[in-house]
Ligand binder design. Structure first.
Ligand code: ADP
Ligand code: MG
Length: 346
């Protein structure tokens, strides 16, 4: 009964603290905020001057006195102070104070340590939360994708984010296998950047590399016809602006292949190491992909060919984890303490 009363008096919040994007879900309202996980601060005083969209605009083009940082970049907390500044900014931005401080569910990369988890909890409390629960990212993604996680059958979720790719096998509301690698969408951007320099002597920025990935990136041949685009950058020897025409095929074959094969290996290892009954379940259930990286054209096909399993994309992969935190908030009232303990990461 107090749960309901608190719910009425406060705005409970779910946060997807991603390596590339942070999303905030407010109970009864849905996702209200999606901004890059970036913090800008003054180099000398270390004082934070911008967070989120404003800070991302400064990445790669900051004046000498300001640095733009990505506190979660590799799926670990690189700097506690800037992570806290980021969390505080996002909580304060959406928490239009009601009578009772919010309960906050934060989805965190599964690779973070106990000390880092403590830091996230303390930061959220200092930012005004009355209670903080941490959900492992794959669990949040599985709930967000509406996988029947409380059944005894196994489900596999693969979440491909900016800095990390996480794979987990979940059954009876618990994680039976999980691994994460520090490879994801960012690595694809970096591979494109390196390829443009190597093949054409063309220097491009991170944002251009990401734009190439979004426009023509693919993991398997595009049946409807390969794509192409013009890319502008700076000639590395002449130092002058230059335009180069590139195709989806060369990006796939020359830039992406290494990253894609690391993701495929991660999934194959999970299948190789999981319990035999779980393997059998996955033949029926297939694999569900979430995260922005799941949107790469043809990646589902590549994973399916490598494993022989059906691969499905979660609805709205970029919002899957945040939606999971929201669905978890809605479930909280009906779960026992033991069920909650099984789902959250301690
Ligand atoms: P994180 O959870 O780590 O913050 P996200 O799930 O938000 O990451 O995914 C961000 C990554 O997804 C970025 O590398 C971004 O470039 C990539 N991404 C977003 N949309 C697409 C798309 N349509 N195709 C390919 N990659 C995409
Ligand atoms: Mg994520």
């Amino acid at each position: 009964m107090f749960g309901n009363l608190f719910g009425f008096l406060s705005n409970d919040i779910g946060i997807d603290l991603g390596t590339a994007n942070t999303l905030v879900f407010v109970k009864d309202r849905g996702i209200v905020l999606r901004e890059p996980s970036v913090v800008a601060r003054y180099k000398t005083s270390k004082k934070v001057c911008a967070v989120g969209n404003d800070a991302k605009r400064m990445l790669g083009r900051t004046p000498g006195t300001i640095e733009a940082l990505r506190p979660m970049k590799d799926g670990v907390i690189a700097d506690f102070e800037i992570s806290e500044a980021m969390l505080r900014y996002f909580i304060e931005k959406v928490d239009k104070r009601k009578l009772v401080p919010p309960r906050v569910v934060v989805a965190v990369p599964s690779g973070i340590t106990a000390v880092e988890k403590r830091a996230v909890k303390d930061s959220a409390i200092r930012a005004g939360a009355r209670e903080v629960l941490l959900l492992g990212e794959p669990m949040a993604a599985a709930i967000g994708a509406d996988l029947p996680i409380d059944e005894e059958y196994a489900n596999m979720i693969v979440d491909i984010g900016g800095g990390t790719t996480e794979v987990a096998i979940i059954s009876i509301s618990g994680i039976s296998y999980q691994r994460s690698i520090r490879v994801g969408g960012d690595e694809m951007d970096e591979a494109i950047l390196a390829y443009m320099k190597r093949a054409y002597g063309l220097l491009i920025g991170e944002r251009t590399a990401e734009e190439i990935k979004l426009t023509i990136g693919s993991a398997s041949p595009i049946e409807s016809g390969e794509l192409s685009m013009d890319v502008r950058g700076r000639d590395s020897t002449a130092g002058l602006p230059k335009t180069i025409h590139i195709t989806s095929q060369e990006i796939r074959e020359e830039a992406f292949s290494d990253v894609i094969s690391q993701i495929v290996e991660l999934v194959k290892n999970a299948l190789d190491r999981c319990q035999p009954e779980h393997s059998a379940d996955l033949i029926d259930r297939g694999i569900v992909m979430a995260g922005g990286g799941a949107l790469i054209r043809g990646l589902d096909q590549v994973i399916s060919d490598a494993t022989g399993l059906t691969v499905l994309q979660a609805d709205d992969p970029l919002c899957c984890v945040a939606n999971g935190t929201g669905k978890f908030l809605n479930l909280l009232g009906s779960l026992s303490r033991e069920q909650v303990d099984r789902l959250v990461t301690q």
